[in-house]
Design a protein around this ligand. Structure first.
Ligand code: HEC
Ligand code: HEC
Length: 222
């Protein structure tokens, strides 16, 4: 390689470094920018209301919707999970047979906190803030384990062990992840949060007070 070629190479290299660093600075300025630049939106819907109408629509989705993330998640969990994601659903998203072995894209702790700040701003008006008291309670436990059979599809802790089904998301540490108010709204307003779903609709089965007690029990699982 002659001197002028080396020079050209150096020039284009430093230009590339400049462009990369420069665009990094702009697009990483806030959580929204990070969300866009990492293509998170290619798998996650951030605009409501729910767009899926049929089971096929749901099957086409590559990841859970995040348009109500701020009403659903506890912020501390969200920041930690985005930096160090572990499987939430025991089965692969949208599958009823395959184990979830996918590695979710991870962010640095700083990026994760910024994206968490951004996602916490996406809230749904259907989630009544302060409606539910998060507490382990015997009535909730009875409903979950016996009366309404939630445990058939969802795991929770029973002492040192985990019990329950795997077809629904693991709820054994739901209290770290989910807000009780959202769990209540999820049971109460299935059309808003999951118009097409595998979980049974409990609207006419569980009364309003029981729903709040049950949601409080779920959101106290840690
Ligand atoms: C290739 C598709 C894909 C991409 C890209 C992706 N995700 Fe995900 N995401 C998923 C899937 C699938 C899950 C469910 C994981 C599980 O249940 O274990 C998930 C779960 C989540 C959850 C928890 C949601 C819930 O309801 O449990 C959050 C928050 C999240 N992703 C944020 C992000 C962010 C932020 C980015 C960009 C840095 C991102 N995701 C990129 C597919 C994706
Ligand atoms: C027949 C199986 C089944 C039963 C019974 C069931 N669920 Fe579910 N549940 C699911 C599935 C599957 C999902 C994931 C979304 C979907 O496809 O419906 C889910 C989602 C959820 C979620 C949202 C979790 C998240 O991280 O997004 C909560 C909370 C929940 N269920 C609570 C309950 C409660 C409380 C009961 C009992 C009243 C119950 N479920 C009964 C299958 C079930």
């Amino acid at each position: 390689m002659n001197v002028s070629k080396v020079g050209q190479l150096m020039a284009s290299l430093s230009l590339t470094v400049f462009v990369v660093v420069f665009s990094w600075n702009i697009s990483y300025a806030d959580g929204k920018g990070i969300f866009a630049s990492k293509n998170c939106g290619s798998c996650h819907q951030i605009q409501g209301p729910a767009a899926e109408k049929t089971f096929e629509d749901q099957q086409k989705k590559k990841g859970p919707e995040l348009w109500y993330a701020g009403s659903k998640f506890k912020k501390e969990w969200l920041g930690e999970w985005l930096a160090n994601p572990t499987a939430i659903r025991l089965l692969k998203y949208n599958s009823v047979t395959e184990k979830n072995t996918e590695k979710h894209p991870a962010l640095s702790k700083k990026e994760a906190d910024e994206v968490a700040d951004y996602l916490m701003m996406l809230t749904a008006k259907e989630v009544p803030v302060g409606a539910v008291t998060e507490a382990v309670n015997p009535q909730g436990k009875n409903m979950f384990q016996k009366k309404y059979g939630c445990v058939g599809c969802h795991s929770i802790k029973a002492g040192a062990q985990k019990v329950g089904g795997v077809s629904g998301p693991d709820l054994s540490d739901a209290g770290k992840r989910l807000k009780g108010d959202w769990v209540y709204a999820y049971l109460k307003e299935p059309k808003v949060f999951k118009p097409v779903k595998r979980m049974p609709i409990f609207v006419s089965i569980i009364n309003d007070n029981e729903m709040k007690t049950l949601a409080g029990f779920v959101a106290a699982q840690k």
